[in-house]
Design a protein around this ligand. Structure first.
Ligand code: TYM
Length: 333
């Protein structure tokens, strides 16, 4: 069976961007033609400083978010990365396959490092090679991600191809990024040219999965828009990034399309559309955040589920790592 792999970093709280761009789509791929493996990538989180206690909490929060949104540990493998040491081991091999020039082209690294590239961790720089290991350790062919991860999944293909070429094998498969639907790039509510992220300065920029109804309503109410009402056609949203973003969010929450949302709300003003959007968001998110809270009240149970998932993950990963070691020429007794 073809396999799906994806992951989320436990670095701060989950946002609506993570939900619509990733988790909701992970759920959509569960229980069908794919075997689904979803990871909480704690080793990626520490590429920037994480307080140890907060890292543990954030790891459980991502796991709770997965399950509250509908990922089922009997249907998908759910685990945290650091419990499967093969990720680090294959990551090292890929550090020796990937080229420095490839890393230098990663736009996310350039954005995150900014003018401070001398001071960031070596791990942040090498991160895409660990991400390639995450995926290829399961021979995963489909990787559902948001738009911002596309370049990293493409790099995964380059690493697989170079490995296969250098060692003259046909071992690692070609991986497809799966980037579909209206919410693969949810934007910041205060600036429609920037991505909504866990780490943006102001909390008003983002909806957190654990925000209560009042907060959600307030954030949409204060979201930046333009003075014009909603247009008659999607074309009318061109060069209106904030307006486009709210329409995209509405359609993703409602399993609809931006076209259908425009058809329904053509001519509506923001005073009408924003509260409707807030109500929809609350209706969709409240049951999930309540379930997240409930799950997080029992950390031992979450830890048990992750340990169980890690056991299953090792069952797939370790044989693939072993074959990789044989290909590379590492001796084992
Ligand atoms: P991370 O933790 O930054 O984000 C997790 C997932 O959420 C998506 N996402 C968004 N989608 C739409 N709009 C947004 N504003 C938004 N913000 C985040 C991301 O695209 C991602 O799919 N490197 C990855 C984690 C990772 C991974 C992997 C993913 C590590 N190994 C292997 C796939 C396969 C990351 O930092 O995602």
């Amino acid at each position: 069976t073809p396999r799906v792999f994806s992951g989320i970093k436990p670095s701060g709280g989950l946002t609506l961007g993570n939900y619509l761009g990733a988790i909701k789509r992970f759920v959509g791929m569960q229980g069908g033609e794919f075997e689904t493996v979803y990871c909480v990538v704690d080793m990626h989180a520490i590429t920037v400083w994480q307080d140890p206690t907060e890292l543990a909490t954030a790891t459980r929060e991502v796991a709770a978010g997965y399950m509250a949104a509908g990922l089922d540990p009997t249907k998908s493998i759910l685990f945290n990365q650091s419990q499967v040491s093969a990720h680090a081991e294959l990551g090292w091999i890929f550090n020796c396959v990937a080229r420095v020039g490839w890393m230098n082209r990663m736009t996310q690294f350039k954005d995150k490092a900014g003018s401070n590239a001398e001071k960031v961790s070596l791990g942040l720089y090498a991160y895409p090679s660990l991400m390639a290991a995450d995926i290829l350790l399961y021979h995963a062919t489909h990787v559902p991600v948001g738009e911002d991860q596309k370049q990293h999944v493409e790099l995964t293909r380059d690493i697989a191809a170079k490995f296969n070429h250098d060692f003259k094998v046909d071992f690692f498969p070609e991986t497809e990024p799966v980037i579909e639907g209206p919410a693969t790039r949810v934007m910041n509510l205060r600036d429609g040219t920037k991505k909504m992220s866990k780490s943006g300065e102001s909390d008003m920029e983002r909806i957190n999965m654990l925000d209560d109804a009042d907060k959600i309503a307030k954030k949409f109410k204060k979201a930046k828009t333009d003075p014009e009402s909603l247009p008659e056609t999607l074309d009318g949203l061109k060069d209106r990034p904030e307006a486009r973003n709210l329409v995209d969010i509405y359609s993703a929450l409602n399993d609809s399309t931006p076209e259908a949302v425009i058809a329904e709300y053509a001519g509506a003003g923001w005073g009408q559309f924003k509260p409707t959007l807030a109500d929809l968001a609350v209706a969709k998110l409240a049951p999930i955040s309540e379930e997240m809270q409930r799950l997080m009240n029992d950390p031992t149970e979450i830890d048990r589920i992750l340990a169980n998932g890690a056991e299953k993950a090792r069952g797939i990963a370790n044989p693939i790592l072993k074959d990789t070691y044989d290909i590379v020429g590492f001796l084992r007794g």
